[in-house]
Design a protein around this ligand. Structure first.
Ligand code: PHE
Length: 422
């Protein structure tokens, strides 16, 4: 009932002008794919946990966080695009579905945790295609030490061990980010020597992880060719310096994670300004799709036994598609609402449209693509044509059932999004 407050896990969230989380999305909260031991997402989680075996592993933190946790505590500016209603799911103006696992960094640091991994479902509004889904999974890894307690010496000892192991491994690491650069500097509060040790520890830890996940021929080679990894400068509001890591997989660079040295401001906000360390966040679906050869992100959510029965705890295996069911195209063309036309006309945003389509079509829609756009020369109105690609992961769809869905989509965009179907 759209007028009653949202009740989730026995907690009540009053609706307001921010509320945009739909029932379709809220239905995903209890699924917890990362906890299924023989699901690809669960298998990958365990593999990564085993690389960080002396870290605390946190797998059950609630997906509902405050805007403060998800953005403010991490230093996101007030006008950051990720905060927009078109990009994130809000229960109301105070509570939201986390958009990344970094939302838990400050609470974990505050609780005194120094080495931990957080695995969780995260939520973002996005386009519809084979690699995007509004729910996906991330792992956050954090490692902070107290320099007054010998923490830096510990990182140096571990660096020596990791460096030796990587030196023996069949891996080529391209790292133009090296020491600090003008565009990616160490923090002013940090002694450069200490910052360098932390950054090196971060890089060694993640190079080792990448080797574990992709080494030995899993990157599409035969294992005789070295695994190629490259480090790229990046920016995140709560880390400096910051990096992204890419792995050469089947001849293409695949971006797999973001990371950096945690800003002292974030640690101070957590009441542990005397500590220093690093953090990373990686997306599990993207890695699982290439490691297990899973061609469509919707498959992770399939309850079909032909999917589930193919995977075994602790094993990375190649998915064998059980069948490729026929696809069915439908086009829909409409005029967008004229800019500023009438009071209360909401600005058109494509993500709202994608959401509506997901809501009606669920997992039967594989992609929605803008195929044509033009502006009427006299009226200035904009027309768009979208192509819908329907395909079930588990069965053949009939043209009749697709028509029913497509008609409902058409009715709802007309009544809810003030467009005029052509
Ligand atoms: N949370 C970031 C993302 O989702 C990744 C990240 C984690 C970057 C930790 C830096 C430190 O893109």
């Amino acid at each position: 009932n759209p007028t009653e407050p949202l009740v989730i896990d026995g907690k009540t969230y009053p609706r307001d002008h921010f509320t945009n989380a739909t029932p379709t999305i809220l239905d995903k909260l209890p699924r917890r794919l990362h906890l299924q031991p023989s699901h690809p997402i669960g298998i990958l989680r365990s593999l990564i946990e085993s690389h960080f075996n002396d870290f605390e592993h946190l797998n059950s933190l609630s997906p509902i966080v405050t805007v403060q946790q998800n953005f403010d505590d991490l230093g996101f500016p007030a006008d950051h695009p990720g905060r927009a209603l078109t990009d994130s799911y809000y229960l109301n103006q105070r509570h939201m579905l986390r958009t990344h696992t970094s939302a838990h960094e400050v609470e974990c640091f505050s609780a005194g945790k120094d080495r931990f991994l957080v695995t969780a479902d995260v939520y973002r509004r996005d386009e519809i295609d084979r690699s995007h889904y509004p729910v996906f999974h991330q792992m956050e890894g954090c490692n902070v030490v107290d320099p007054a307690q010998g923490g830096i010496e510990r990182l140096e000892r571990e660096n020596a061990q990791m460096r030796a192991a990587l030196g023996q491994a069949n891996i080529v690491i391209e790292d133009p980010t090296g020491d600090e650069t003008a565009t990616n500097p160490y923090q002013a509060e940090h002694d450069p020597r200490t910052a360098r040790i932390i950054a090196e520890h971060l890089k060694n830890s993640l190079n080792g992880l990448v080797l574990k996940l992709f080494g030995g021929g899993r990157a599409g080679g035969d294992g005789a060719e070295p695994l190629r990894v490259r480090w790229i400068e990046a920016t995140f509001p709560w880390t400096a310096p910051s990096y992204e890591v890419e792995v050469m997989f089947n001849g293409k660079w695949l971006e797999i994670l973001g990371c950096g040295v945690v800003r002292q401001a974030a640690l101070e906000r957590s009441g542990v300004g005397h500590k220093q360390g690093w953090a990373f966040g990686l997306g599990l679906e993207r890695i699982a799709m290439v490691l297990f050869s899973i061609p469509d992100i919707r498959l992770f959510w399939s309850s079909d036994a032909r999917f589930a029965s193919q995977f075994r705890q602790g094993e990375i295996s190649t998915f064998r598609p059980y069948s490729r069911f026929p696809e069915c195209y439908k086009d829909l063309a409409f005029w967008l609402p004229a800019q500023g036309e009438g009071e209360g006309v909401k600005a058109w945003h494509e993500n709202d449209f994608m959401e509506l389509v997901r809501d009606e079509a669920g997992d039967l829609v594989e992609g929605v693509q803008l195929i044509d756009e033009f502006t009427h020369p006299k009226t200035g109105r904009v027309s768009r044509c979208y192509r819908f690609n329907y395909r079930s992961m588990d069965r053949s769809l009939s043209n009749e059932e697709v028509n029913v869905i497509q008609e409902r989509v058409q009715e709802r965009v007309t009544s809810e999004m003030q467009v005029e179907v052509r």
